[in-house]
Design a protein around this ligand. Sequence first.
Ligand code: SF4
Length: 265
Amino acid sequence: MPATPPRTLSPSKVSSFTDCPLAFRFSIIDRLPEPPSPHALKGTLVHAALEGLFWHHPAGERTREAAGHELALAWSALQSDPEFTALGMGAEQETAFFDDARLLVSNYFELEDPDAVRAVGVELGLESVVGDVRLRGIIDRLDLTDEGDLVVIDYKTGRAPSARFEHGRLTGVHAYALLCERVLGRIPVEVRLLHLRDPVSITALPSEQSLRGQRQRTAAVWQAIVRACDRDDFRPRPGPLCRSCNFQSLCPAFESAAEPALVAS
Ligand code: SF4
């Protein structure tokens, strides 16, 4: 029986499908329950603190202390989040979790001076029809330069990719540039990834050409999703992500990959 494609496409759904169509099916189409992820929850916490820094503190008052205050507020709110409580962390683990989030927020100040930033949007949701699909994304922060140009900022709490994988990671962020062009009528001059753990900043420079490539890529991925849904054919794509996949027990490729190890032991 054909499966129903998602109503919208986002950069994360594109990554999910291209990483492994079968995991995409389980997660996005079937919406199978997945255990909460400490990594994702820490990302949410850090994003909330930096969001608060720009929402509640004007330029000149965006200090480390202000960021620490916002982190404490976000931490307090997280305590009643069912996904966080489901992690069942003990006091020691919670302390380590919070200390690591505090380090990431502190590292942010190594990458830029927030008092010098003119943010015109924070957690900005953008949505537009691209070809046959509705593309949507949430931009962590949209800045305006002194020259009146737009810069997209994306906070990352994981490690920065090696030079070998950098290009692949930047492919997704061009979707944000495409959304800016479609919704705001302007191509941002930069899309900047702030990797808070390293800390390092990686910059992509969108152009007419990169946007054209992004439009083609979006259309191609959407067609592949629709085709997979029509045929109910979502193939597993084994790779490094299998190690942390939530659907190992449902995946024939994971079982066959595990067999030689079991025999060897
Ligand atoms: S275990 Fe690997 S191949 Fe199987 S669904 Fe998960 S990511 Fe895909």
